[in-house]
Write a protein that binds this ligand. Structure first.
Ligand SMILES: Nc1ncnc2c1ncn2[C@@H]1O[C@H](COP(=O)(O)OP(=O)(O)O)[C@@H](O)[C@H]1O
Ligand SMILES: [Mg+2]
Length: 379
């Protein structure tokens, strides 16, 4: 069982009142909104910490120290720093005049032990059955996007989906900030680069996607699609690089499609809407919608298939939906990610490719082409 312990290597440095929080394994994120307003995330819940810096100067000193640690400076001339620490943790700092109410610091600690599919099942994010379905779809090289809001657990779910990629396939991962932790050996990890202080040297996700196509990948995993790279990704998915995975910021599967459309337009390439929808409908097979629900639990709410087009509309069908059945005494939502009863289009492909399926799945969606599959008649 993974504890998802969070660790930050301070290498003996003193980060004032937040040192203890940074060293605390149960804390995954430290957010300093100001001198005396510090929040942490513990087990997915935001809580206010007791700690406070003595003064703004004290807080700025710590921010400078962290910036210096990664070879950056922060001052009035360059009042923002976004960087990865050597251990993989992400640091973002922003100071006045950009931050109006005082210096602000956010540290997302790198999970030393990322969540596994069993962890997510245990948390109630999805069921064994749904996990089996997703595993089969990834194995069968379907293109999937994980959709959700900020902090809904998209990257974590993407990491779990990527863990289903067979280890003999070559994986290229592309991210703004390396967060994915794949166990497969055969992988190349790429990270985009922000512009330097003179505004030069930027390498975008999009350039990395284009480059990755020349690297003979079996699979491309893009941490998040947030701009014109969406077009290159769709084209890659449509030209033989199937089995690719990414995440997108959207609140429903339908929204994920319109968001994708907007992102394609951001590529600056003038495509008629109809052509874009055609690309999307033929590239994307599966949308996994996730949300951090009002009880703080991160759940997959829909597993939705893209089934085709009717005129200009892309048609979707939910194959699993979270069914809410009340709230327990502790305020936790009771419910389960439940099959809708619609037989997924994916099943035909899964059976044709002889992907191994759990007994629960074969009972739910029997193989209609199997010799012993009979409807009512026995021979
Ligand atoms: N299914 C889950 N159950 C509980 N906590 C989770 C789950 N998925 C992610 N988390 C935690 O929630 C935080 C945000 O997760 P992340 O995957 O980075 O979200 P996103 O990519 O949507 O912003 C992290 O601290 C992560 O450990
Ligand atoms: Mg993310």
């Amino acid at each position: 069982m993974s504890a998802n312990g969070q660790r930050l290597s301070l290498e003996g440095r003193d980060y004032g009142v937040i040192t203890a929080l940074l060293l605390d394994d149960s804390v995954s994120e430290v957010m300093v909104n100001g001198r005396d307003q510090i929040y942490v995330e513990r087990q997915g819940k935001l809580v206010r910490a007791e700690a406070a810096f003595a003064s703004d100067e004290d807080l700025i000193r710590v921010i400078r120290e962290i910036a210096a640690f990664v070879g950056r400076r922060i001052d009035e001339e360059s009042p923002m720093v976004d960087a990865r620490l050597p251990d993989g943790s992400r640091v973002n700092a922003i100071i006045p005049p950009l931050a109006i109410d005082g210096p602000s610091l956010t540290i997302r600690k790198f999970a030393k032990d990322p969540y596994t599919v069993q962890d997510l099942v245990r948390f109630g994010t999805l069921t064994e059955e749904a996990a089996g379905f997703l595993q089969a779809c990834v194995t069968a090289r379907m293109n999937a996007i994980v959709s959700g809001g900020t902090g809904s657990g998209k990257t974590t779910t993407l990491n779990v989906l990527s863990s289903f990629i067979p280890s003999d396939e070559r994986i290229v991962t592309i991210e703004d900030a390396a967060e994915l932790q794949l166990r497969q050996e055969h992988k190349v990890r790429l990270e985009s680069r922000p512009p330097n202080l003179d505004g030069r040297g930027r390498i975008s996700i999009r350039e990395l996607v284009v480059n990755s196509l020349r690297m003979r990948p079996d699979r491309i995993v893009i941490g998040e699609c947030r701009s014109g790279e969406a077009l290159d990704m769709l084209q890659a998915m449509n030209t033989g690089h199937d089995g690719s995975l990414t995440t997108i910021h959207a609140n429903t599967p339908r929204d994920a499609l319109s968001r994708l459309e907007t992102l394609v337009l951001m590529s600056g390439i003038d495509l008629p809407q109809r052509a874009i929808r055609e690309q999307i409908a033929s590239a994307i097979h599966l949308i996994v919608q996730q949300s951090r629900m009002r009880d703080g639990v991160r759940r997959i709410t829909n597993i939705t298939e893209v089934v085709g087009r009717e005129g200009d509309t892309i048609t979707l069908q939910d194959v699993f939906l979270f069914q809410e059945a009340g709230v327990d005494g502790a305020g936790r939502i009771i419910g389960k990610l439940t099959p809708t009863g619609i037989r997924p289009n994916a099943m035909a492909k899964l059976y044709a490719k002889r992907i191994s399926l759990s007994p629960a799945l074969t009972a739910l969606y029997p193989d209609r082409k199997a010799p012993d599959f009979t409807v009512g008649v026995r021979r």
